[in-house]
Ligand binder design. Structure first.
Ligand SMILES: Nc1ncnc2c1ncn2[C@@H]1O[C@H](COP(=O)(O)OS(=O)(=O)O)[C@@H](OP(=O)(O)O)[C@H]1O
Ligand SMILES: Nc1ncnc2c1ncn2[C@@H]1O[C@H](COP(=O)(O)OP(=O)(O)O)[C@@H](O)[C@H]1O
Length: 193
């Protein structure tokens, strides 16, 4: 975590071209689709499918995947609660910038803590944040275990693994529940509104 103190004497700089102009240029609404759920629940799969589908429909989108961000922007962060909180905060801020650029930003991170997800929601106008919960039971995710991480967590070789010895707080008021791939159609319908 940064030890630099909060900036002072800073002023917001407005530009002539704003979000409405960019949205008009792109013929779409900039927003954030935030996909949350356990490891192995299908977040990345859904994010990529959604991105592909949007691309096919001529909509500009960008996927922010937790695993990928941890290779760069968030490479200094681990999985302690405060690191996850900072991971989500930074990603929320980046997603907000993408939405302001007029893009449909698809963020797929475990984002296990409700408070952190709600903080990202609060960064945007209400209709611009679509929270999607990959509502897959732990047993299913563990049975998939594509990276072998649940096995390592069960044997104690990874500490603080979400769903095993670190909590996952399901959303209370998410826009969408996802259990099946066909769900990809539903955020698309929502975005078409
Ligand atoms: N301790 C622990 N707990 C959970 N996940 C772990 C852990 N250690 C490594 N991994 C791998 O990191 C990926 C999750 O990164 P995220 O940035 O999405 O996590 S978080 O939102 O900050 O909780 C996650 O990717 P997904 O499986 O795609 O979810 C894992 O591959
Ligand atoms: N709807 C689905 N039905 C069956 N398997 C799926 C589905 N979505 C994803 N998978 C598989 O589950 C595993 C985990 O998916 P992934 O998208 O990597 O999850 P996450 O990003 O949440 O860790 C992968 O092997 C993927 O192919």
């Amino acid at each position: 975590m940064s030890t630099i103190t909060n900036s002072t004497n800073i002023f917001w700089q407005e530009c002539q071209i704003g979000k409405p102009d960019r949205q008009k240029l792109l013929n779409q609404k900039g927003c954030v689709v935030w996909i949350t759920g356990l490891s192995g629940s299908g977040k990345s799969t859904l994010a990529c499918s959604l991105g592909r589908e949007l691309h096919t429909r001529g909509k500009l989108s960008y996927v922010l995947d937790g695993d990928n961000l941890r290779h760069g922007l968030n490479k200094d962060l681990g999985f302690k609660p405060e690191d996850r909180t900072e991971n989500i905060r930074r990603t929320g801020e980046v997603a907000k910038l993408f939405a302001d650029a007029g893009l449909i930003c698809v963020a797929s991170l475990i984002s296990p803590y409700r408070r952190d997800r709600d903080a990202c929601r609060a960064m945007l106008p209400d209709a611009n944040f679509i929270e999607v919960f990959m509502n897959m039971p732990l047993q299913l995710c563990e049975a998939r275990d594509p990276k072998g991480l649940y096995k390592l967590a069960r044997s104690g070789k990874i500490k603080g693994f979400t769903g095993i010895d670190d909590p996952y707080e399901p959303p209370l008021n998410c826009e969408k529940l996802s259990r099946k791939m066909e769900f990809v159609q539903r955020p698309l319908q929502w975005l078409d509104k």
